[in-house]
Ligand binder design. Sequence first.
Ligand code: PMP
Length: 384
Amino acid sequence: MFNEKQVMIPGPTPVVKAIRDEMAREIQAFGDPRFVADYKATIDGLGQLLNCSGKTFVVAASGTLAMEMAISNTTKRGDRVLIVSHGFFGDRFIDICTRKGLVVDVLQSEWGQIVPLTQIEAQLSQHAYAAMTLTHVDTSTGVVAPVAEVGELMRKFADTIFIVDGVCATGAENEDVDGMNIDILFTGSQKAFGVCPGLMMLWASQKALARRESLGETIPEYYCDFAKWLPIMDDPSKYFATPAINLVWALQKSLELIVAEGGLSVRDERHRKNALAMQSALEAIGLRVLAEPGHRAITLSNLCYPEGVDDLQFRTTLAAEGFTVAGGLANYAGKMFRLGHMGNIDINDVVAVLSGIERALHQVSGKDVLGVAVTCYLKEMAAK
Ligand code: PMP
């Protein structure tokens, strides 16, 4: 019997008590000056955190709406876009862009690998692209894209808006909107910010805002039009659509925790050290990390089963041991599981889940793995 099932999927991630408490606060009117001040402080704080001299948007929605918002505000029917995809979520842009009547070119990698920079550059040189999308961490593969390097490359292609999906990265990977030449970055509250699902955050550069302006007074989309939200982000006492009040408070608390931790570079280091130790530990018990070394995310691990381990049996056993992990997507359904390790988790959470994985693997395969991953992890974490 377990009191609680620990959710270790790649989002929603565990929500710590300080953030959960914000969800339970008594509601205020969205025009209440106290809430207006909190909303404004959150928007401004997020802009500073990601070093964005353009605008920051905090809107009630999930990450998918942010994807749509990014495309809708930077392209018009008939424009050409380049989608660089490292998996399922990169591919999601294909549908979004096709429905919008864009001309879509796609560069796809094998799952677990990345599209080389040289290939991106060669493709960008072929046509005039209105925008290019790149997923910082594709949650389906656990692959991290070299966003800073691609951002450098984009300086040569000044007419192309560089859109980065940070849903599984922002708040854990070190990101810098101005410094990395990113035009649009977005995420959802439920990932590395460790807040309940329901908010999207989007950072837009001056260049992206100018692109929106060039599209005219209105665009076909209503709820995700930058022009509708800009007055609210400047002055949240104005109304466009009802803000998710308690989620904004929860996000404000999350931001406070991130700043108290030392900011994004410290958070990146914590995630990196933890992920490397976890990935060695999981390999030590016979699981294969799908992403190639050098391209592995620090926010989650996508783990292929050893021969003979049944996905459903493993995940059901692990759930009985107190842990929920996610299954593989698309071609990897049944072949791997996905383990989230981003946001506000600590060494105790990781030891617990590694131990649960050992117990589940032992039960379903009979392999002598008890204590192996935990020992490996603890040793690596203790090393300088
Ligand atoms: N992009 C990435 C990289 C994701 O991981 C996800 C969600 N797992 C999304 C986009 C879509 O976000 P949401 O589920 O919040 O709509």
